[in-house]
Ligand binder design. Sequence first.
Ligand code: ADP
Ligand code: ADP
Length: 209
Amino acid sequence: MNLVFLGPPGAGKGTNASEAKNHFDIPHISTGDLFRSHIKGGTELGKQVQAILASGDLVPDSVTIAMVEDRFKQDDAKKGFILDGFPRTIAQADALSKMKNLDFVVNFVLDRDQIVARLSGRRMCKSTGRTYHILYNPPKVEGLDDETGEPLIQRDDDKPEAILNRLAVYEAQTAPLIEYYRERKLLLDIDAAPSPLEVLATLIEALKK
Ligand code: ADP
Ligand code: ADP
């Protein structure tokens, strides 16, 4: 199963991918997670993209495409994948079409108020990358990761200024991919507003068809 998860920031792509990857036994490839792990590891690429991520702008296509191409070389991606957060531009989608055939592009649909509510309450464990929400998916102990007990952080780009920029970037650069994939008969719209369990159940059911 070769899948792309598309949708605005905060729609629940990562949350659903981390469950669906077990269901389908395929890797979850998040370009945001890949960039964040380069930043954490202090690599050259990490230094190059740190300020871009903090502002909510997009990393240049050439850099992003090369990173995905490289990730596809790992063995686990041969049996399928969930791409989360890639492609985000038409140029990236064109490049992807030369690398892989897709089965579905899942479009997570959520209105703007809910997007802002989800992003501003999102918290993350820096070492595991696990994601929570202060109201909708709180950790067992406030402010601490369930597994490691480490303090949760708020991503720089989940702060108000960066959120507004990311929504504008999404509308201008990524939303056109909805029509791009609809025309190619790959798009599967999923209402992302219900509870996490309901969204996941709808998603898995829809992918069986
Ligand atoms: P994305 O990967 O699309 O940016 P996330 O999966 O990180 O989105 O989800 C954004 C925030 O919303 C997180 O804090 C997550 O816990 C929360 N969340 C995810 N799915 C739901 C849902 N169905 N209902 C309420 N909150 C959700
Ligand atoms: P979210 O799902 O909450 O929008 P991600 O974790 O997917 O956030 O991405 C975080 C940031 O990483 C983006 O705002 C952008 O700076 C960078 N990024 C991730 N994927 C891409 C991509 N495909 N193209 C360009 N930049 C990207």
